[in-house]
Ligand binder design. Sequence first.
Ligand code: SF4
Ligand code: SF4
Length: 407
Amino acid sequence: MTSNFLNETKALACVHCGLCLSSCPTYLETGNENDSPRGRIYLMRAIQAGKLGLDARPVDHIDLCLGCRACETACPSGVQYGSLLEETREYIEKNHRRSIYQRVLRRWVIEKIFPFPWRMRIALFPVRLIRFLRLEKLLPKPAREIMGLVPSKISGTRLEFKRAAKGEIKGDVGFIEGCVMQVMFGDTNNSSANLLQRDGWNVVTPKDQGCCGALYAHSGQMEKARDCARKNIAAFEGMPLKAIIINAAGCGSTLVEYGHLLKDDPDWVDRAEEFSAKVKDLVTWLDESNISSVNSSEKVTYHDACHLCHAQGISLKPRQLVKARAGDNFIELDESDLCCGSAGSYNLTEPSMAKKLQSRKVRNIIESSANVVVTTNPGCLLQIQEGLEKEKASHIRAVHIADYLKD
Ligand code: SF4
Ligand code: SF4
């Protein structure tokens, strides 16, 4: 039986040239065409045409996709793979019954905890207690591995509603606190706001903002993602903001697509486009001339978060900022734009592939001889930090760019 979930015109833009294959992390690891962008587009079209059912095998190949969108950067035909993936995942979630383990993990752990900061704070309490009592060794391996992703230092401070600019005032910018960012990386939000204030911006952080919706969008729960978008648009509307700043690449790539997300909602589409047009990743908004160089012999490298470099096409500006601070001590990282395996909640839903990509990333970092690896997304930070600890390379620091650039 045919279905009609996929935009066939967008799917037909793929001319099967295979130029994306060498950029696809899952294809690089498995060598299986079904784990490549081209192969997955075949699978999507075959499901749409009714030639393939939603039994485990095709779904497994779609699930194994990181949504990193490296294939979009590589594709000369402009295939909008991310959009095809979202449509397919929405169809799968509505029509495929997952195993009990996957249902509990996706519906109860990921969707019911991560997008709610207060629930995440409660969920982190037992982790802190187990660490305090040094009981990690008594836990089963999967639980230990999930705990390994929680940073040893958690800073959960919130920003005030308004912080005043320093020096000459340029205007107001809004600030998105993020869910994981405000619970685990409060200090990084603080550094980000400080950098904006130093550049002359009043920083406004509305308290009724919420999850950006990325976790829902990436797992095919599009209606929930749309609800998140409406809440955030309403929270920032009516304020004279020159920009809305986000310091988490994964959230940013969803926030800039609210117009697309709400394209079929006449009451919200214009408001969504206005909101998205104002969304800027922190790195694109910072004034490079205010960054002072450091007098240090530390070698510094940069890992491209997929949702910054592939989904938003931003790779030059963060390097310029890091180089402004590190000078000649900046070194390029091999495969810097290859996914680290974090990919939202991928390291929980697809732990085996996530670990392979984590090891590959960490190997490249160690071989670069860097002392510091800078990035722009909390998921990448957690994944790389854990990987460095596993490889006994904790002398290498993984830091968010806002923390690296702060004075
Ligand atoms: S997605 Fe693009 S690069 Fe990949 S096979 Fe299709 S047309 Fe070629
Ligand atoms: S999104 Fe990433 S993992 Fe998925 S097909 Fe494209 S390159 Fe491969």
